[in-house]
Write a protein that binds this ligand. Sequence first.
Ligand SMILES: Cc1ncc(COP(=O)(O)O)c(C=O)c1O
Length: 457
Amino acid sequence: MLGIDLHETAAALQRELLEFTRLHPRSGECYRQGLEHYLYGAPLHWMQQWSGSYPVYVATAQGARVEDVDGNSYIDFALGDSGAMYGHANPATVKAISNQLAKGSTFMLPTEESLWVGKELARRFGLRYWQLTTSATDANRFVLRLCRMITGRNKMLTFNWNYHGSVDETQVEFDSGRLMVPRQDVYHNGIDHRQTTRLAEFNDIAGLEESLSHGDVACVLTEPVMTNIGMVPPDPCYHKALREMTRRYDVPLIIDETHTISSGPSGYTGKYGLMPDFLVLGKAIGGGIPIAVWGASETMAERIWQARPPFKPGEPINHYGFGGTLAGSALQIVALKATLEEIMTDDNFCRMEKMALRFEAGTNEVIKKHRLPWHVTRIGARAEYLFLDHPPKNGGEAHLGRHALLEAYIHLYLLNRGILLTPFHNMALMCPFVSEADVDRHSLLLDECLFTIKEER
Ligand SMILES: Cc1ncc(COP(=O)(O)O)c(C=O)c1O
């Protein structure tokens, strides 16, 4: 079904693991030391889940290039899993945050620059009111709390194989009998998900309507294109139906653009005229600084203020149940301003998309040459290949197009030869500094790596 000889793949992976050890002795030594004091050997467990036997330790990075402590250089298509989507050490970000650091970074008070940022977010994304957080996970959590508050309902609706960060309510999946169960790889945290969550498949309008018809859903949380289980594009009329239905059942719609911002300067929302009630955007927008933003429409803001009026002097402090001491800091504001004003421009997106188109075409050519039943999907500057012969309709189907062993081999083959693909899936991001030669190098190496493992026909 994959078009691949899995025995060969397992053997080839072993060879690549040996090669990895040979090429990365210093990273190996760092990891042995890291195991002494980090629970998973590195400051964050995700860092340990790349394709090698241990993480590559980074020495320095610039634009589309990363250099490790062993002196190996990489073309970086992973870009910190989107956190550095606009290129490492982007000069605009470096300048803005260096200046601000010298003037103080956080005050629990706003700065004048925040005014431009609020106005620009509203202009770009079409929602009037904004707040800052330090992660997209937080932003999703906070918006979910507010949706529960304004609707008086407890459940959120999300989609099978979603990822919106470590939001407890989203950690569910369908079992083989299409029953919602806690995600197998996440401890359920003592939560009875039947009280907090309804689950549907992406693109399934009938399933969505069935879920909403119970009248207990406080919000729908979705990416406009699913991106965390491979990419699942929406059917042509899906967003229209989703919006109409959420309106009909008076259920706030939250669009999480954290990955789909690759679509363009105003994300998928701006490009395709979606009209969410809330929008969440994290990772890349901070240019490497921990920042996420969430926006609310005027209607939602009115409902929030009605449920919990804004603070007035002399009244007890209002906690609201969301925050983040360093959220909205002066440092975040200048980083956001630099990203919005100087980096998320039409020109940059045009360049990034051109490279992604080249990546898509090059990868498709390799797939065709090897007659593999795979396909590539692209959203603007983000491209991904999946081991299925057609774009999946939903997360359940996309999951079938994943293969841990095959992914590990391809990723490690590329890494050992100087290319970083996003770990956890076959995703490539184009920053404004990537070149045609960089993209072509990926196609060449992918072609090479498939020779040894493809099934003889
Ligand atoms: C769509 C989406 N939302 C939210 C998040 C969470 O982002 P963070 O880990 O920065 O909180 C992610 C992370 O991959 C994501 O893909």
